[in-house]
Design a protein around this ligand. Sequence first.
Ligand code: ATP
Length: 148
Amino acid sequence: ERMNIVPVVHKTIERLQMTDAQEIHFSPDSRSLYADVHEQSFIQLLVILLDNARKYSNDAIHVALEEENNWIKLSVEDRGIGIPEDAQPYVFDRLYRVDQVRSRKTGGAGLGLSIAKRISEQHGGSISMKSVEGAGSVFTVILPKSEA
Ligand code: ATP
């Protein structure tokens, strides 16, 4: 359905913050940005990105929500371990995990990002990432914007 996703992002972050001390900063461009999304899927997509940011970093996480032409851009940025360049092409693949030893203590099946990609595409959008090993990562989802 068509909905204002700003409060949806707010609520999702609030819910995660109840059980975890790691700070998540959220800076939306405006108070309302509309998109046609399946609410539970959109929340799942956001939770996947936030869970990863929390798993692979210790510092605050920054979530931004911006409007660009006819698109909505949602980004989740962390200052964590980052992803080595040679692994970056595969992170959205099913069951892919960077270096089993490195990620063993954090668990996970390597499914999250493949699901995030599928959800983004099901909504007519896409997902991409930029990362520097040892410095952090930013995952960006773009979705078609709808009119209120
Ligand atoms: P799960 O299936 O529980 O999500 P996962 O985190 O291993 O487990 P993905 O979410 O698909 O699986 O991520 C794939 C791999 O990409 C991870 O194993 C991790 O190595 C790397 N990765 C994902 N997000 C980040 C991030 N924010 N910082 C560093 N590495 C990341």
